[in-house]
Write a protein that binds this ligand. Structure first.
Ligand SMILES: Cc1cc2nc3c(=O)[nH]c(=O)nc-3n(C[C@H](O)[C@H](O)[C@H](O)COP(=O)(O)OP(=O)(O)OC[C@H]3O[C@@H](n4cnc5c(N)ncnc54)[C@H](O)[C@@H]3O)c2cc1C
Length: 390
């Protein structure tokens, strides 16, 4: 899509009121991109209940000694102030799109010219009975599991993806890092990864699957593909949807994701919000959405940031800013930790989530090691200038 087709429909002197609901990757990237692209044409407001921006990708490495990296948290108020934005500490509850008003949980009614929904997704249990790893909040559960390996002589730990999942990589990292932890302590614990994928990380394509498969094998992680995890049994084994069981002393699973429903906003399956290629919410004028809240099937920080960039470009162009291009294909880039060196994975999708380009993999590329775990055009350079809160 090109922005030559976007007509500037508001070039008045008054800044447009842009309301951004959320305080995660998509919200912060949208705010940064809008300030960069639209300058003083916009008055920005960030509305989010949690005044902290949590960088969740570090969560998988946190429980593991040498791999441990500190949790990264940034104050939203300070970010808003840097951007000359207002910050409202509350939750978006309802949208009256015809009146261009939002209602917050605190009861305020706030006007907007354009609204950007970046409210993310919430986690629900995906494999009943398993230890569910959502993010930093569940680091103590993994630490406890690691602590149990030796005295309890756990023979078998299974890492399972739920029947529907939006980003499998954290489970691969947890499995690899746990196997490494056991190996370093000369423990005979068997680590198995159970997934409905036919091949390891198959969304990245065949070449990547082969490399990740090799990494799992080298790392001592057994791959059990084409298997849909159903629930953990009383004897702690994992039951599959087809009735088979896999022996386990402990099962760790990722959650399934659901969107948070907001009155006045249309939803599809699991509450996710349908958008077009420019990020505009279906059927609502001047309302956009980006990140995990949308129906885009893969939920990842880098993709959330790219969706936010497209929305910011669309909004800025409508306000008369000169926008050269919208990068239509979504580039999925990821850094997988747990092997001897990080593995760098990359593929492209169209806006509906279908792969469009062959996958490139650099297993041993010096640049890969330097690549941030979340890629955001404006976010990454900006975060590098900020002190992270412990
Ligand atoms: C363990 C783990 C590891 C991951 N690893 C990676 C990785 O390596 N690389 C990567 O790119 N991605 C990774 N991801 C995925 C990435 O974290 C998400 O895709 C990303 O956080 C989505 O960004 P978002 O802004 O859409 O949502 P979020 O980051 O979830 O932010 C949502 C925001 O909305 C706010 N909010 C919620 N409800 C409301 C409301 N009603 N009104 C206003 N605000 C609201 C929340 O407080 C929050 O600030 C990982 C995720 C997990 C869980």
């Amino acid at each position: 899509m090109s922005h030559a087709s976007v007509v500037a429909d508001d070039a008045s002197d008054e800044p447009a009121q842009i309301m951004i609901a959320g305080g995660g990757f998509a919200a912060v990237e949208a705010a940064l991109a809008l300030r960069a692209l639209a300058g003083e044409r916009v008055a920005l407001t960030i509305l989010a209940p949690d005044p902290v921006f949590h960088c969740r990708p570090a969560a998988t490495t946190e429980p593991f000694g040498a791999w441990r990296s500190p949790s990264r948290r940034y104050g939203l108020r300070a970010i808003a102030s840097d951007l000359g934005a207002e910050y409202h500490e509350s939750r978006l509850e309802a949208v009256a799109s015809r009146k261009h008003l939002v209602r917050t949980a605190a009861g305020a009614r706030l006007p907007y010219t354009s609204l950007i929904l970046a409210t993310g997704a919430r986690s629900v249990v995906g494999v009943p009975g398993a230890i569910t790893f959502r993010d930093q909040r569940d680091v103590p559960l993994i630490r406890r599991l690691l602590g149990e390996l030796e005295p309890e002589a756990l023979r078998s730990i299974v890492f399972a993806l739920p029947a529907t999942f939006a980003w499998p990589l954290p489970l691969y990292e947890l499995a690899l890092l746990t196997a490494r932890h056991a190996r370093e302590r000369r423990l005979a614990t068997e680590v198995t990864l159970v997934t409905s994928e036919r091949e390891p990380l198959e969304l990245f394509g065949t070449q990547a699957s082969r490399l990740v498969g090799g990494l799992l094998e080298q790392g001592g992680v057994r791959f059990r593909g084409g298997a849909v995890a159903a629930a953990v049994q009383r004897d702690r084994s994992l039951a599959l949807a087809d009735g088979e069981t896999i022996r386990a002393d402990r099962v760790v699973a990722l959650p399934e994701l659901r969107a948070r429903r907001i009155t006045g906003v249309p939803t599809r399956r699991a509450g996710f919000v349908p958008v077009d290629a420019s990020g505009q919410v279906e059927g609502l004028q001047d309302v956009y959405a980006a990140g995990d809240v949308t129906t885009f099937p893969i939920k990842q920080g880098g993709l959330a940031a790219q969706q936010a960039d497209v929305v910011a470009q669309t909004v800025a162009a409508r306000l008369g800013a000169s926008i050269k291009e919208v990068r239509a294909p979504r580039v999925l880039q990821a850094r997988l930790l747990g092997g001897e060196r990080p593995l760098f994975l990359r593929t492209e999708f169209d806006w509906g989530g279908q792969p469009t380009r062959a996958t490139l993999v650099h297993a041993d590329d010096a640049d890969a090691a330097k690549t941030a775990k979340v890629l955001g055009r404006y976010l990454v350079p900006y975060l590098e200038t900020l002190p992270a809160r412990a």
